[in-house]
Ligand binder design. Structure first.
Ligand SMILES: Cc1cc2nc3c(=O)[nH]c(=O)nc-3n(C[C@H](O)[C@H](O)[C@H](O)COP(=O)(O)O)c2cc1C
Length: 332
């Protein structure tokens, strides 16, 4: 199944080199103003082109096929589609026989019993994330007063992200990256019990983004080396504002009203020009494979807005759930 969310439901569809990719959003309340132009800014952040990113050039023009009338959502499923125009499926033909180490070629073959569309990684391609970004744009509209700030902190451990990715690409290689997302303006109390806590849902959505290898909140993995007196966030007022933010804005899976801080580690993308060891699926013999096509050498710069969108999707879903929290005229 490819379906995420409870009240704001997101279904992605398509393959990298099929006719189109897209997203279907169910649960968008009626009357939300929406135009194709609303998507431009976030889609531009995801587009390839700069040195170190893929040379595939897609117009990424959103076609709204359902759920929009006179510039407003109708409340029925909102379907947003992006045509695939710059396809070169021949570039990927060899990966059926010689699966790329690190990519989904072999695992998807097992999952779909040999029937998966392998062209350009099919449904596992970064191309699918254009639909995530589109969903994020709609989700953000459901979060008035909430703002996002997303930064690529480093690539290959270096602050000079552009240089790191260009050098990796020039060497026929790729490089990992670290992205930090700050969310401000969330009212405290967002998050459902246990499985649907804010951290759990954010982590689930972020780990679904292809290439993500780590997610941490606030002090993150550093907590293992800390004392309680260092990690606890001193409370400043009855609103719950804190002096520091080691919790990353979340306690007990519930937003505490402070800034939500999430860091995400992207792996170095698997498709690299350098030859690597693999197996020949026809003969079962060891072989070498090189992925010299059009690829991103680093995922942070294009992936940052995808991560931000994944967070917005979760927050919109939980914000819709929060509307049902209070019984009529309830006073504790
Ligand atoms: C925006 C974006 C672009 C991507 N571009 C590439 C790429 O050009 N080459 C590549 O090998 N992987 C790319 N990926 C990552 C692969 O899709 C991903 O590694 C693959 O599906 C296997 O999934 P996994 O890394 O999560 O195990 C991209 C991911 C994102 C989010």
């Amino acid at each position: 199944m490819n379906d995420f969310g409870r009240l704001f439901r997101v279904t992605l569809y398509g393959e990298s080199h099929g006719p189109a990719v897209g997203v279907i959003l169910d649960g968008v309340p009626p009357g939300l103003s929406l135009a194709e132009d609303d998507f431009s800014a976030d889609l531009a952040r995801r587009r390839g082109g700069p040195a170190g990113t893929t040379a595939r050039s897609e117009p990424d023009h959103p076609r709204i096929r359902s759920g929009l009338y006179h510039g407003h959502s109708t409340g029925t499923p909102l379907a947003i589609e992006f045509e695939n125009t710059d396809t070169r499926p021949g570039d990927y033909a060899q990966f059926e026989r010689y699966p790329r180490p690190g990519h989904a070629d072999l695992a998807s073959r097992a999952r779909y019993r040999g029937w998966a569309d392998p062209r350009g990684s099919g449904h596992f391609s970064g191309r699918l994330t254009v639909g995530v970004v589109a969903a994020g744009v709609v989700a953000k509209k459901l979060l008035p007063g909430v703002s996002f700030r997303t930064l690529v902190l480093e690539a290959g451990g270096r602050a000079d992200v552009a240089a790191a990715m260009q050098e990796a690409q020039a060497a026929g290689d790729s490089v990992g990256s670290l992205v930090e997302i700050h969310v401000d303006g969330l009212s405290s109390g967002l998050g459902e019990p246990y499985w649907d806590g804010l951290e759990s849902r954010l982590a689930a959505a972020l780990f679904a983004v292809p290439g993500v290898r780590g997610v941490e909140f606030g002090d993150g993995f550093r907590v293992a080396a800390m004392r309680g007196s260092e990690h606890n966030d001193p409370i400043l007022d009855a609103e719950g504002r804190t002096e520091r933010n080691g919790a990353g804005g979340i306690n007990g899976g519930v937003g505490n009203g402070n800034q939500v801080v999430v860091r995400v580690a992207f792996k170095p993308p698997s498709s690299i020009a350098l030859p690597q060891d693999t197996v020949d699926m026809d003969t079962g013999q060891r072989a070498r494979v090189s992925a010299a096509g059009r690829h991103d050498a680093c995922l942070g710069p294009r992936g940052a807005v995808v991560l931000e969108a994944a967070c917005a999707i979760v927050l919109a879903d939980l914000a819709l759930a929060a509307r049902c929290h209070a019984a009529p005229e309830s006073t504790p």
